[in-house]
Design a protein around this ligand. Structure first.
Ligand code: GMT
Length: 378
């Protein structure tokens, strides 16, 4: 199949899923066209059947806001015509599903039929999409998609609760390339980061309020009072400065390593003992799955799709949002006994196996086939 993929090219989970999906589909013989405003961060390989088409929005002084949706839908029209793209898979409803629908209508005028698969990722539904300013357009574009998927059962429920949805929604969870995270622990450069007696705790996010990064600091502060530990803090975002200030106030700056954005999280996770994800909401928690695939147990909140990924008492523990005392207690329980830590690490990897990309990517292929056959029957 010739598949057009529209996504955010940044470090966010939706862009990562879209990119990894496109790369895997290309390995399975499909021709993939990424259409977005920058080369996706994890798209390192442009091969024969992976293409990248940049959407540019020329600056015009009259416009207070430059019209990205317009430029994207025009680019979609051009690329579908030029490359014979058969189906468009758009990741994140805003504004991608909307722009794709416009492109579809324009193409229909020329007798070209291109169905749209929309994957909802989380904040496009739970935080941004349900805002009254966007809600009518988001509802419309979900209902006008030819197929709709969510990345967890929980996100499907949220979508049905928050929007008036007439379309069927299929759940296709986030997935992981287990090979990439299959380091023998001896490969890791743990010694560069911490002393042998120190436990390594990691957090990765875009440091937005929804990630509750101050909770990460509170939990780590309490942990390091009980056992020697270091915190690896990966990501950039609006809360970073506050986090640094708080670490300074608490006198733990020397125990926290700030990495900024990283394309090598597998290498950092490789030497981690525990992962913290105390988010306010999380439709799935791809980063928790990445940690688990590296054999790192997860201490998370019990919100959204996280209970579908992090299994309480097996791969880690779940607590109510904001309950930093419970999260600390659970973290210390895992970290304070070497045999127990080993068991949680093994369980984390085992639970991650359920999300093997080889099992999940065919579900998207089946949705494309089904959507194409339905469209061309109509
Ligand atoms: O987590 C973020 O803030 C980024 C966001 C995105 O859309 O890029 O991630 C969302 O999509 C991921 C991939 O499907 C999910 O694993 C994340 O849980 C989800 N984030 C939230 O729901 C907050």
């Amino acid at each position: 199949m010739k598949i057009g993929i529209v996504c955010y090219p940044t470090f966010g989970g939706s862009g990562v899923v879209a990119t990894e999906l496109g790369l895997e589909l290309s390995k399975r013989g499909h021709e993939i066209h990424f259409i977005t405003y920058n080369q996706p961060v994890r798209l390192e390989l442009i091969s024969n059947n992976v293409h990248y088409h940049e959407v540019t929005v020329p600056e015009y002084p009259l416009f207070h806001y430059q019209p990205y949706e317009l430029a994207l839908s025009s680019k979609l029209v051009d690329m579908v015509k030029l490359h014979g793209i058969e189906i468009l898979h758009v990741h994140y409803a805003i504004p991608h599903a909307y722009a794709a629908y416009m492109a579809k209508k324009m193409l229909q005028e020329e007798g070209i039929l291109v169905p749209i698969v929309t994957t909802l990722h989380g904040t496009d539904i739970t935080l941004v999409g349900s805002h009254p300013f966007y809600k009518p357009a988001v509802t419309f574009s979900i209902n006008k998609s030819d197929a709709v998927t969510t990345v967890s059962k929980s996100l499907k429920e949220d979508t049905l609760r928050l929007f008036d949805i007439k379309n069927k929604i299929s759940v296709v969870s986030n997935f992981i390339d287990l090979e990439k995270y299959n380091h023998a622990f001896t490969d890791c450069q743990r010694g560069m980061m911490a002393q042998d007696n120190e436990k390594i705790i990691t957090h990765i996010s875009n440091l937005r309020p929804v990630k509750r990064v101050q909770d990460v600091i509170s939990i780590f502060y309490k942990i390091q009072k009980e056992i020697p530990a270091k915190l690896m803090f990966i990501g950039e975002g609006p809360e970073k400065e506050q986090v640094e200030l708080r670490c300074q106030e608490l006198g733990i700056l020397n125990k926290v390593v700030f990495f900024g954005k990283s394309n090598e999280i597998d290498k950092i996770l490789c030497f981690s003992d525990l992962f913290l994800l105390p988010s306010q909401t999380e439709s799935f928690g791809l980063v928790a799955l990445e940690a688990m695939a590296s054999g790192v147990p997860v201490i998370s909140s019990n919100t959204g799709g996280l209970p579908e990924v992090n299994i309480h008492g097996s791969s880690g523990f779940l607590s109510d949002v904001g309950d930093v005392d419970d999260m600390t207690k659970n973290a210390l329980y895992i970290l304070s006994d070497e045999d127990r830590l080993k068991t949680f690490k093994a369980n984390a990897r085992k639970e991650a196996l359920k999300f093997d990309l080889h099992a999940i990517v065919p579900k998207y292929e089946a949705i494309y086939q089904d959507t194409l056959s339905k469209c061309f029957v109509l």
